[in-house]
Design a protein around this ligand. Structure first.
Ligand SMILES: Cc1cc2nc3c(=O)[nH]c(=O)nc-3n(C[C@H](O)[C@H](O)[C@H](O)COP(=O)(O)O)c2cc1C
Length: 457
């Protein structure tokens, strides 16, 4: 793969609206800001990331407190293993006012929400932020979430993605229920909008019946940007059909390269231009004034901040599997992995990282989410070398940067790493466009009159 000298990497901040970053020990870091229940905390983080010219800050979400380990939320609460998750539409409302350029993304589930609700939330975000909205489409992960929505267990992967396909058909139809120039606002004649340009949807499928039209006019980006992170075959096919920015969680550069080329091939097979979709692996950056300072910092994250029980609590949640049913000395066998129903690739990755015979005790000791993606550790030059290698050798189009703690991890990236990437010409020095699509080089989708009638399958 060759890149033109003008190619720029996309940088996305992996955000959490709650008590920890994706790294469960983040709240214990001596410099962690613990005002996560305060609007100004999110506003300050948004302004910091905008200073660094990030393309997008995107918030992950889970619709339940971790409660699978030992069939109880006690460990999640005791150790702070992500027991707090705020409502994202409110958090993004704060950020819409506090920032002016950076893209704003949130995770909403196609399994537990409904298309009209989600279409309206993101059309509103895109309107109020003047074209900076993005939706991270997830099918959700586990039974804890199902049980908050009146369902005893999480749907299997095939049914989740069938429902998600229909969900996207309905949502994109609703986003296109107003033509771009439907609003007239002529006080003199009294004509508010052109009824011939506002369309009822009448979408019907196996899971949904949606009449429409949406009560929000077509938004500045035409449609908010679609983010997605499926990693299974079905998840990758779903991304090929719908996503415009894909997140991956691969542990090393070789796996990332083969994931990248597989995903781009699937996008081409689905009839879309692979260059119109960006692929961004999740990565942690641990940067220091010297290599040894960075390594010392990394050791603190690996060894000191996460309680092993918090690791197992989170793993149980992500794998939809109760690890409390095992002795710490039990071996993690293929059979054990195949009886989990969550993000299976995660434990596979951990096994590869750890090597040899892996026991439950090793999983507990390995700080779960720190190993979900690569860690770029070193001085700013060393970190930028690693990022540039991934970017220029077919492993990615940019990164979704996870924080070891807030706001320090992003302060370090903005102060040390971004200037180095800018000096090398692989990252923007300033925003040149107004919308998230401008930042990512994505075209505004053509308006398509929604097909009326029965799409029931
Ligand atoms: C960077 C990244 C962020 C993710 N964020 C979420 C999230 O906020 N909520 C969620 O339910 N799943 C999230 N996931 C999980 C994916 O949506 C997906 O379930 C997972 O990669 C497994 O893929 P599959 O559905 O194809 O099996 C994320 C994955 C990655 C790599």
């Amino acid at each position: 793969m060759t890149r033109s000298p003008d190619d720029q990497m996309a940088l996305v901040a992996f955000m959490q609206a709650g008590s920890t970053s994706v790294y469960a020990g983040s709240w214990r870091h001596p410099a962690a800001d613990l005002r996560f229940l305060d609007a100004s905390y999110y506003a300050e983080l948004g302004r910091l990331l905008e200073l660094g010219c990030f393309d997008l800050m995107f918030f992950d979400d889970r619709l339940a407190m971790p409660g699978i380990y030992g069939d109880s939320v006690a460990e999640a609460v005791r150790y702070g293993a992500r027991p707090i998750k705020l409502d994202l539409s409110t958090v993004l409302g704060v950020l819409t006012g506090a920032t002016s350029r950076i893209g704003l993304g949130a995770t909403y589930s196609t399994t537990y929400y409904t298309p009209y609700h989600v279409a309206r939330t993101f059309a509103t975000l895109d309107q109020l932020s003047r074209g900076r909205g993005a939706w991270n489409v997830v099918t959700s992960v586990n039974d804890s979430e199902a049980q908050n929505f009146g369902v005893s267990s999480h749907l299997g992967p095939a049914e989740r993605y069938d429902r998600a396909d229909e969900f996207l058909e309905a949502v994109t139809g609703l986003w296109d229920s107003w033509e771009d120039d439907a609003l007239i606002l002529d006080r003199e004649s009294g004509l508010f909008a052109d009824p011939s340009k506002v369309h009822q949807l009448d979408y019907h499928s196996a899971h949904f019946d949606v009449r429409g039209p949406l009560t929000v006019p077509r938004s500045p980006q035409g449609r908010p940007v679609i983010l997605q992170a499926g990693s299974s075959g079905r998840g990758r096919d779903f991304a090929s059909r719908w996503a415009e920015l894909i997140f991956t969680g691969d542990p090393g550069i070789d796996v990332a390269r083969s994931h990248y080329s597989d995903q781009k091939a699937r996008i081409a097979e689905s009839g879309r231009d692979p260059n119109s979709v960006k692929i961004c692996p999740m990565a942690y950056i641990v940067v220091g004034e010297s290599a040894s300072q960075a390594q010392e910092r990394e050791q603190m994250f690996l060894n000191d901040l996460v309680h092993p029980m918090a690791s197992l609590t989170l793993l149980s949640e992500l794998m939809n599997y109760d690890f409390a049913a095992h002795d710490l000395d039990d071996i993690v066998t293929d059979e054990l992995i195949s009886s989990t129903t969550g993000i299976r690739g995660l434990v596979e990755n951990l096994r590869t990282h750890i090597g040899g015979t892996v026991r439950i005790r090793d999983l507990a000791g390995h700080r779960a989410t720190l190993l979900q993606g690569p860690r770029f550790v070193g001085t700013a030059t060393q970190v930028a070398d690693q990022m540039e290698e991934w970017f220029t050798t077919g492993a990615c189009d940019g990164f979704v940067l996870a924080a070891t703690h807030f706001p320090g991890a992003f302060e370090d990236v903005v102060r040390m790493v971004i200037p180095e990437l800018q000096r090398r010409g692989v990252f923007r020095k300033q925003y040149t466009g107004a919308t998230l699509r401008d930042h990512l080089g994505l075209a505004k989708p053509e308006y398509v009159t929604p097909a009326r009638g029965d799409a029931r399958v």
